[in-house]
Design a protein around this ligand. Structure first.
Ligand code: SF4
Ligand code: SF4
Length: 424
């Protein structure tokens, strides 16, 4: 995808060059067919197109050079991993979830066939020698959100030797809060060991400010999607949210705000990516890592527009900010821990906040219907769909259960087209 030759770097990182070339070829074709073929895109998306074209190129080189200059690289799989603490230690934090069906056969040597696509993909990318990000990490942070991930991290640690697991409680009562606060403090110690330097108050304030600024930019983008006609496609918004897990956070925030400036002009002028009145959909459920663009592509190819993602690649990642008002490192860590416990992941029981949050989001975005998206074998979201659907009685609701393959593309298209038709 990139015009530069990064082969020596990929070789040094130990990637399987043949597999890797195949992956980039597929990614590049998919991107051209899905993204670049869209009409009437804002100019500001050019930056995000560039990031994708360099996702295994310039960004890898940048991280590689930062690492040589002494900075530590931390990979994570979940929005509970406190990015603020990584930044406070002058580290680089990146999302490692992979959204493509790659390395499945290799992954199935270690984990059952009936594992969710996300777990299979992160195992598969590593085993097939495809992920330069995993190779660049000094530390990989797992969490006990679901049983599949929890057990897969044990194997991932055998394969990489650098996994640190944070124990996330599954209930948010006082005991759960104490446990999580202790885990955030333990993570601080791990970071201090990794960098050889104590975490400072100034560092933590900086970390919180940088991540909050990123969240504010993403909130702004989300609010602009309230307009009818929508000034930005759901595909493009999804991409911005996906890139937020890879890119340098300060640069990302500036570019997202630039995009928002342009979108504000579009909204004022009544310019949209679809005709006014196009059916507006909210996608809710499991996260969608790059390059999982299937559902958005089908919806927007069928005349609908996705106006929001109730997902960790979406609202759940930026809905709440951390309180920046703290005077000690310990207090700062507590504020970070408290913020992350506002996240309404389906791994919690009970998870009563989520249906209310979805209803509020649906109203704000003026969504006509909800697509509940869960990965096959993702028990938390598949089971919680019932509660979400029943609590939202009256809002048109479609449950989807899928994976990263293209096998069900035709069947999904038929169902989504019929749903969108019903909303017209
Ligand atoms: S859905 Fe839950 S487990 Fe997955 S990234 Fe979000 S918070 Fe973490
Ligand atoms: S998608 Fe579901 S099953 Fe898969 S890792 Fe996330 S929570 Fe676990």
């Amino acid at each position: 995808m990139s015009s530069n030759d990064y082969t020596p770097l990929w070789q040094e990182l130990g990637l399987d060059l043949d597999n890797h070339a195949g992956l980039l070829g597929v990614l590049s074709d998919a991107y051209r067919g899905i993204y670049l073929a869209q009409a009437n895109r804002p100019r500001g998306m050019a930056y995000f197109d560039f990031v994708i074209s360099e996702v295994h190129g310039l960004r890898i080189k940048e991280i590689y050079e930062a690492k040589r200059a002494g900075r530590k690289v931390v990979g994570g799989f979940c929005v509970y991993v406190p990015e603020e603490v990584v930044l406070a230690a002058d580290g680089i934090c990146i999302g490692l979830c992979a959204g493509a069906e790659v390395g499945t056969a290799e992954a199935e040597r270690f984990i059952p066939r009936n594992s969710c696509a996300l777990i299979k993909a992160f195992m598969g990318f590593k085993l097939a020698g495809l992920c330069p990000y995993v190779e660049l990490t000094d530390l990989i942070v797992g969490e006990t959100t679901c049983d599949g991930k929890k057990k897969a991290y044990e194997i991932f640690d055998e394969l990489t030797g650098k996994v640190h697991v944070m124990e996330l409680p599954h209930m948010k009562g006082p005991a759960g809060k104490r446990l999580w606060l202790g885990e955030v403090a333990r993570f601080r110690e791990t970071m201090e060991k990794l960098t050889g330097a104590p975490l400072t108050l100034e560092g933590l304030r900086h970390g919180v400010a940088v991540v909050n600024a990123k969240r504010r930019a993403l909130q702004r983008l989300s609010r602009l999607r309230e307009a009818d006609p929508a000034p930005l496609s759901g595909l493009d918004a999804l991409l911005v949210n996906q890139v937020s897990f890879y890119d340098d956070p300060v640069r990302f925030t500036a570019k997202t705000n630039e995009l928002c400036d342009e979108l504000e002009e579009r909204v004022a002028a009544g310019v949209g990516v679809t005709a006014k009145g196009a059916p507006r959909l909210l996608v809710s459920g499991s996260p969608m890592a790059i390059p999982n663009w299937k559902v958005h592509a089908i919806v927007e190819g069928s005349g609908g527009v996705v106006v929001g993602e109730e997902s960790c690649i979406g609202e759940r990642n930026f809905r709440d900010l951390a309180d920046e008002d703290f005077v000690t490192v310990e207090e700062g860590l507590m504020k970070i821990a408290e913020r992350s416990l506002t996240i309404d992941c389906a791994c919690f029981t009970p998870n009563d906040e989520r249906p209310g949050n979805i209803a509020a989001l649906c109203e704000r975005l003026r969504a006509d219907g909800i697509i509940h998206y869960a990965l096959q074998f993702c028990t938390p979201y598949l089971v919680e769909a019932y509660k979400v659907e029943t609590s939202l009685a009256g809002v048109p609701f479609l449950r989807i259960e899928t994976d990263y393959s293209m096998e069900d593309f035709g069947q999904l298209k038929t169902r989504l087209e019929a749903f969108i038709e019903m909303l017209r």
